[in-house]
Design a protein around this ligand. Structure first.
Ligand SMILES: NC(=O)C1=CN([C@@H]2O[C@H](COP(=O)(O)OP(=O)(O)OC[C@H]3O[C@@H](n4cnc5c(N)ncnc54)[C@H](OP(=O)(O)O)[C@@H]3O)[C@@H](O)[C@H]2O)C=CC1
Ligand SMILES: O=C(O)C1=N[C@H](C(=O)O)C[C@H](O)C1
Length: 246
C-alpha cells in the first residue's frame, strides 16, 4: 500500500517503521516545513492510497477537510479536534472517502473500554461509587486533557446517570456531585498513562492502562490504514475490531 504521512514527529516516525515492516511504501511526508495545507492539489500525495495523520490539533481539522475534498482515505490519530466530529461526518459523506479516527490506537486501551462498558450497567446502580479519570503524558504533549481521557470520561458520563458533565478545569473549591473530574499531569517522557478511578467509602478501584512503546499506537494505526482503504464512511477503531471479530 502507498501511504502518506501527515506529521513526521514521534508518532509519524513510529508509523513509518511499522509500515515498512508490513511491506508498505511511504510515498509522501508532511510536517511544519512541508505543510500539507500548502499543497495545491492531491498530486502532492504522490499516489498515496491513504494518509496517516499524527500532526497537531491546530491543523488537523483543515487537513481532514482536504482528505475529504480530495477523496483520499485517511487514518486520524491526531487528538484535540473531536468537538467538530459532526462537521467531519458531513465532509466524509460528501467526499465519499473513508476516515477512521481514534484518540488511542492501542488495542489494550480498546480492551479497557470494553471492560468499562461491561461494568457500567452495574456501576450505574451502585451509586456509592464516585468516578474520575486521570492521565499522565510527556512534557511535549500539546493538548490537555488527552483525547483518550476525554473518550473514557465520555463513556463514564454516558453510562452513569449520576454524572451529567465533564469537568476538566483545576478545582479551586468543592466539585459538584454530577461532575466527572478529568485531571492531567505532564511528566518527563511518559508515553501515556490513563486511570479510571472508582471510589466509595470502603474501597477504591483503579483501572490503569500504561503504554510501554509508541509501537502499540503505530501498529494499530497501520492496521487501521489497511482496513479503511477502499471503504466509505466515518469509522472508529471499534468498527475495525468488531469487523475482525466477524
Ligand atoms: N491516536 C493515538 O493512538 C495517538 C495519538 N497521538 C496524537 O498524535 C499527535 C502527534 O503526536 P506526536 O507525534 O507525539 O507529536 P510530534 O510533536 O512529535 O509531531 C507532530 C508533527 O506535526 C507536525 N506539525 C507541526 N505543526 C504543523 C503545521 N502547522 N502543519 C503541518 N504539520 C505540523 C510536526 O512537524 P515538525 O516535525 O516539522 O515539527 C510533526 O511532524 C498528537 O495530537 C497526539 O495527541 C499520539 C500518540 C498516540
Ligand atoms: O500525545 C500523546 O503522546 C498521546 N496522545 C493520545 C491522547 O491524547 O489520548 C494517546 C496516547 O495516550 C499518547
Amino acid at each position: 500500500m502507498r501511504i502518506a504521512l501527515a506529521g513526521t514527529g514521534r508518532m509519524g516516525q513510529a508509523v513509518e517503521a511499522v509500515a515498512a515492516e508490513r511491506g508498505h511504501d511511504v510515498v509522501a511526508r508532511f510536517d511544519s516545513e512541508t505543510p500539507l495545507l500548502d499543497a495545491r492539489d492531491d498530486a502532492a500525495l504522490h499516489g498515496a492510497e491513504v494518509v496517516v495523520d499524527f500532526s497537531v490539533p491546530d491543523v488537523a481539522l483543515d487537513q481532514i477537510h482536504r482528505y475529504c475534498f480530495w477523496g483520499v482515505d485517511a487514518v486520524i490519530g491526531t487528538t484535540g479536534w473531536t468537538d467538530e466530529i459532526d462537521t467531519v461526518r458531513g465532509w466524509v459523506e460528501e467526499g465519499q472517502n473513508g476516515v477512521l479516527w481514534a484518540p488511542n490506537f492501542s488495542l489494550g486501551l480498546a480492551l479497557v473500554s470494553r471492560a468499562l462498558a461491561g461494568l457500567l450497567p452495574l456501576l450505574d446502580r451502585l451509586d456509592e461509587y464516585d468516578a474520575a479519570v486521570h492521565e499522565v503524558h510527556h512534557t511535549g504533549k500539546l493538548d490537555s486533557p488527552s483525547g483518550t481521557a476525554l473518550r473514557l470520561a465520555g463513556e463514564l458520563r454516558d453510562g452513569l446517570g449520576r454524572k451529567s458533565r465533564i469537568e476538566t478545569e483545576t478545582q479551586h473549591g468543592a466539585i459538584d456531585a454530577d461532575a466527572l473530574h478529568v485531571t492531567s499531569q505532564r511528566l518527563g517522557r511518559v508515553l501515556g498513562e490513563h486511570t479510571v478511578a472508582l471510589d466509595s467509602d470502603i474501597d477504591q478501584i483503579r483501572i490503569v492502562h500504561t503504554a510501554k512503546s509508541r509501537r502499540a499506537f503505530a501498529l494499530g494505526a497501520v492496521r487501521a490504514a489497511e482496513w479503511v482503504t477502499g471503504r466509505q464512511g466515518l469509522f472508529t477503531l471499534d468498527d475495525m475490531i468488531e469487523d475482525s471479530e466477524g
